[in-house]
Design a protein around this ligand. Structure first.
Ligand SMILES: [Zn+2]
Length: 140
C-alpha cells in the first residue's frame, strides 16, 4: 500500500519496546499521509486525542515516526478526550482526516494483559489492512 513504511525495527530503536499502540501510530500516520497526499515532516499538523497515559500514549511516538510531525517542531499535540482519535490536517490545502479505532480493535487492545501478549498483538496489527483497524472521517 505504501512505498515506505517505518519498520518495526526502526520504531523499537526509537521508542524502546514493541507495543500495539506504537504500531497503530505507525499505521495511522502512513494512512493519513497517503489519504491527504501529504509530505512528511512539515506539511501536516497532528492532533492526538485521548492518549495521555501509557500505554496509549505510545501511539504518539508511532505518529511522530510515521508522519515526521514532532514535538520539537510543534506540529503534533495531544489533547484530552474519553476515546482515542487522531486528526491530521494538510497544511497546504487544509484538508483533514480523522481516524478512530474500530470497536473490534479496541476489544483486542483491552484483552492484552502481558508484555508478551502486547508484542504478539503489535506484530499482528502491523500486518493488518488499515480498513480493519480504523474508521475514517475526511473533508476530502
Ligand atoms: Zn510504548
Amino acid at each position: 500500500m505504501m512505498s515506505y513504511r517505518t519498520t518495526l525495527k526502526e520504531a523499537v530503536k526509537f521508542h524502546g519496546h514493541l507495543g500495539p499502540y506504537l504500531v497503530l501510530g505507525l499505521l495511522a500516520g502512513a494512512l493519513a499521509l497517503k489519504k491527504l497526499k501529504c509530505k512528511k515532516y512539515f506539511a501536516l499538523d497532528v492532533k492526538v486525542f485521548g492518549a495521555n497515559k501509557k500505554p496509549k500514549s505510545c501511539l504518539i511516538d508511532g505518529l511522530q515516526l510515521s508522519t515526521g510531525a514532532t514535538y520539537g517542531k510543534g506540529n503534533i499535540r495531544k489533547l484530552n478526550n474519553p476515546v482515542i482519535k487522531i486528526k491530521f490536517r494538510n497544511r497546504i490545502n487544509n484538508k483533514t482526516i480523522t481516524l478512530k479505532f474500530k470497536d473490534s480493535l479496541v476489544q483486542k487492545l483491552n484483552k492484552v494483559k502481558t508484555h508478551r501478549n502486547s508484542e504478539v498483538l503489535a506484530r499482528k496489527l502491523y500486518m493488518e489492512d488499515y480498513s480493519e483497524l480504523f474508521n475514517l472521517e475526511s473533508s476530502i
